[in-house]
Write a new protein. Structure first.
Length: 132
């Protein structure tokens, strides 16, 4: 069971400081999305930062610590995912996040859109042009 393997390998090196609620997990969703959420939420708790700032700094491009990188590489290897798929999955992850997880009311707040969504979309555009 891939989830058990990742959970064991990943969590045996961490002190647990909270519980991740998997109710929004999609068993047949895109690869890496649940793992990206886990890693991103961990960073927001550790750094007390906001989702989009941490996404920009640590996930586009991927700049992970050794344990997080190992979790991504293990997942990638276990399901036979090509390394070339990582960038598109990072982009789909963010697009999925803003479409399905952001409350519609926030999309009407110009300051939030300008500071929370636009910088990430601009970085996605750069990443696509650069191919990284």
């Amino acid at each position: 069971n891939l989830t058990s393997k990742l959970s064991y390998k990943y969590f045996k090196t961490l002190a647990i400081c909270g519980i991740i609620d998997w109710d929004l997990s999609q068993p047949h969703g895109l690869p890496l999305h649940d793992l990206f959420y886990l890693l991103l939420y961990k960073e927001t708790l550790l750094e007390r930062g906001n989702f989009q700032t941490i996404f920009l700094r640590r996930f586009l491009p991927l700049r992970l610590d050794a344990a997080d990188e190992n979790a991504v590489l293990t997942y990638q290897r276990e399901i036979g995912l090509s390394p070339e798929c990582i960038l598109p999955l990072q982009i789909f992850f963010w697009l999925h996040h803003i479409v399905f997880r952001i409350e519609p009311i926030w999309m009407q707040v110009a300051h939030w859109v300008n500071n929370g969504i636009s910088p990430v979309l601009l970085r996605i555009e750069e990443a696509i042009r650069e191919g990284k």
